[in-house]
Ligand binder design. Structure first.
Ligand code: NDP
Length: 453
């Protein structure tokens, strides 16, 4: 049985559509050939039909069976439209076929204008709307966007995309925690001393100044991805994997989350890369990168420490950090357990257990103290390690699958988006006022020397 879907990609000539969304569709169609997708691309670029088809073929290409590609190619079309124009938008809505999905892969200000224009139009029944991050640029704009969206379709037809939720390892945190007795019973402040959630990238700006210089590491990574990972790591057990059950508990966990000592100045650090060498390539000072406006004072490395005000987590610092142009790529969660209360006399003291959950690559490593080979009374750290299964779908394949099935589990509910802004906004304000120094680190290095990374 085929499942018809009309997918209108608004912003079809952009980087996200070409590099992530259409290849994600390719992986989805190769594993789920039952989807019969009519793909409509829209942007202001004057693309001919043949140019559009060539782009779609290339983007789906490597991922997808030939027959699935040909089915999409046979029906796809491109419309050159200014989507902020309600007349053009009305025409598009009227032309959409079965199970319509509007996927807004647009710059944030254009997304807002499109959503406002949609409020003046007749919405086709069952329309699903997917929006790319960022959801607003602060709490006030996120609220405004949510209010506009609420006037369009019900919340369960809205899909605020955060592709971290499409990573199988992220949602699998729930399986790891709630189905393994050895973990869930140790998952509290009695046993865990601190938790680090880190995404360090080796890549520098890579020509993305237009987006990144207006966002920075805090907005780009911590406000969205890392706070969601934190919530899944720390939340209470959901009654089921139903979207409402899981997203209620994500929202609740974030409502309990606050800056470590309530003070944005002492709970955060920021830095920017200076010229250096990354993976053998010279990288200029961030402020000298093409398209960067030094007056924006954008950070390329951000760190914030938060606490979770619950009995389970009181006193445990959660440190969230992300940066660009660093020497080593690190992408995962490090859980440092408390040392045991007592070590039998005669042993050297035991190193603490450390659990590392890698998000890219997806793996688990558990550091255990074991007797040393050379001396039975000495303790060493041995590491148990396993790679985790990853979905054959890329994150955007998972996300499109959830949109096509109408299940928003892997997307961000409106209140969750607002909570994330509520947590980081005092830090952004303090940074804006210059209350936290902008440290510097050499591109390709470990981070600012005084951070002791
Ligand atoms: P781009 O600037 O590369 O693309 C934007 C797209 O929007 C282009 O196709 C552009 O078409 C179209 N567009 C802009 N204004 C209009 C308009 N008035 N009417 C019709 N089309 C319009 O941006 P990205 O693809 O990089 O990003 C899109 C969204 O995805 C952003 O919200 C971004 O934050 C988010 N995102 C991007 C990621 C990435 O890696 N690129 C990762 C995660 C999220 P044209 O050029 O023809 O005007």
């Amino acid at each position: 049985m085929t499942v018809p879907v009309t997918l209108a990609v608004l912003g079809a000539s952009g980087d996200l559509a070409h590099r992530l969304l259409l290849p994600g569709l390719g992986t989805l169609l190769s594993t789920n050939p039952e989807y019969d997708v009519t793909l409509v691309g829209c942007a202001t670029d004057p693309l001919s039909h043949d140019e559009w088809v060539a782009r779609v073929r290339e983007a789906l290409g490597g991922q997808c069976h030939k027959s699935s590609i040909e089915r999409v190619i046979a029906t796809t079309r491109y419309e050159q439209l200014d989507l902020t124009n309600p007349v053009a938008l009305r025409g598009l809505l009227k032309s959409l076929g079965d199970s319509p999905v509007l996927y807004l892969a647009l710059p944030p200000r254009v997304s807002m204008a499109v959503c406002k224009a949609l409020t003046t139009l007749e919405i086709p029944p069952g329309l699903r709307i997917a929006l790319e991050k960022p959801f607003g640029s602060d709490l006030a704009t996120a609220r405004e966007l949510n209010e506009v969206l609420a006037g369009l379709v019900p919340e369960n037809q809205l899909f605020r995309i955060d592709h971290y939720l499409g990573k199988s390892v992220v949602i699998n945190l729930l399986g790891l925690r709630f189905t393994n007795r050895i973990f869930e019973h140790a998952w509290n402040n009695q046993n865990i001393e601190r938790v680090d959630i880190t995404v360090d990238e080796v890549l520098a700006l890579e020509g993305r100044a237009r987006y990144y210089d207006g966002a920075g590491a805090m907005r780009d990574m911590i406000q969205s991805h890392l706070l969601l990972v934190l919530a899944l790591f720390a939340m209470e057990e959901p009654p089921s994997l139903n979207e409402r059950d899981v997203r209620d508990l994500i929202a609740l966990m974030l409502r309990h989350t606050h800056l470590w000592d309530g003070n944005p100045v002492t709970s955060s650090r920021r830095a920017r890369y200076a010229a250096g060498t990354v993976a053998g390539e010279s990288v200029p000072n961030y402020v000298d990168e093409p398209g960067v406006d030094p007056d924006r004072n954008t950070e390329t490395l951000a760190e914030v420490t938060v606490r979770i005000n619950t009995d389970r987590w009181a006193g445990v610092p959660f440190r969230l950090r992300s940066g660009k142009a660093l020497g080593d790529a690190r992408n995962g969660i490090t859980v440092v357990f408390r040392p045991v209360d007592h070590v039998p006399e005669g042993f050297t003291s035991a190193p603490p257990n450390v659990l590392s959950i890698g998000m890219k690559p997806a793996n688990i490593r558990l550091g255990l103290s074991t007797n040393a080979e050379s001396n039975r009374f000495e303790l060493n750290q041995s590491v148990l390690s396993t790679d985790l299964a990853e979905s054959p779908l890329k994150p955007y394949g998972e996300i499109l699958d959830s949109i096509f099935r109408g299940d928003p589990l892997l997307t961000v509910r409106g209140d969750v988006a607002e909570e994330c802004w509520r947590i980081v906004e005092p830090v952004l304000d303090a940074w804006h006022q210059g209350l936290v120094p902008m440290d510097e680190y050499r591109a390709g290095g470990a981070g600012p020397a005084r951070w002791n990374l």
